[in-house]
Design a protein around this ligand. Structure first.
Ligand code: BEZ
Length: 219
């Protein structure tokens, strides 16, 4: 298992773009590793096609993408053709690599095994994990969905925006925040510092009279 704040494992793996060592592949960019149970499966195909179409959104944010699926590289390369055709995508190759995890080493190391899913040979499959890793190689966000529930990659872009904002500003993003929306001054900032950093912030009156809900439009 990798916890938030841990340095993400610097694993070696074979991918559709050749062998990698994770930290070298990542460099000093943000990175997202997202896993799939298996190649040539319907939900996974819809997800990969969506990510391919959303590649410019991730590029704009300086985020490198890498997928993982429990099959070998040859299978990934063949499956990619289906993904591109399904998504009506231009080009002959996906714009991100897919890691091969045929022996499930990474599935186990990263805590991604879905207990309900097995392949034809009875081997476990991974769930739909997402790991967002900062330029410092530390884990900033993770979630696990079961194999039967496809992810919402627009939400993943939204959380990247939140992570990148809150990495540099003393703010946190409230429920359903989207870029440009009001944000909250972080609780650890003293009232004096909050006033200095966010002169126009608003403190909400609440029955407890505790001045902890501090909203700001400027950040
Ligand atoms: C799918 O991608 O459609 C899928 C894969 C494994 C289990 C269930 C669904």
């Amino acid at each position: 298992m990798v916890n938030l704040g841990d340095v993400f494992p610097n694993f070696k793996a074979d991918t559709t773009e050749g062998p990698i060592k994770f930290h070298d592949w990542q460099g000093d960019s943000w990175a997202i590793l997202f896993s799939h149970p298996a190649d040539f499966t319907p939900v996974c195909t819809t997800e990969l096609a969506e990510v391919q179409k959303m590649t410019p959104e991730f590029k704009k944010r300086g985020v490198k993408l890498i997928a993982l699926s429990c099959d070998d590289t040859e299978s990934h390369k063949n499956w990619s053709k289906d993904v591109l055709a399904y998504g009506n995508c231009q080009g002959k190759e996906l714009s991100f690599p897919i890691i091969s995890d045929s022996n499930r080493d990474l599935a186990v190391q990263l805590g991604m095994v879905d207990p309900d899913e097995k392949d034809k040979a009875g081997l476990p499959l991974t769930c739909r994990a997402v790991f967002i890793i900062g330029p410092d190689h530390k884990l900033k966000l993770s979630f696990l969905y079961p194999a039967t529930t496809g992810r919402n990659f627009a939400e993943i872009v939204r959380v990247v925006d939140s992570l990148q904002l809150t990495a540099v500003k003393k703010v946190a993003t409230p429920v359903n925040w989207t870029p440009g929306g009001e944000v909250m001054v972080v609780p650890s900032l003293s009232p004096e510092d909050a006033k200095a950093m966010f002169p126009k912030h608003e403190v909400k009156n609440v029955p407890s009279s505790k001045n902890y809900i501090r909203l700001t439009k400027e950040y």
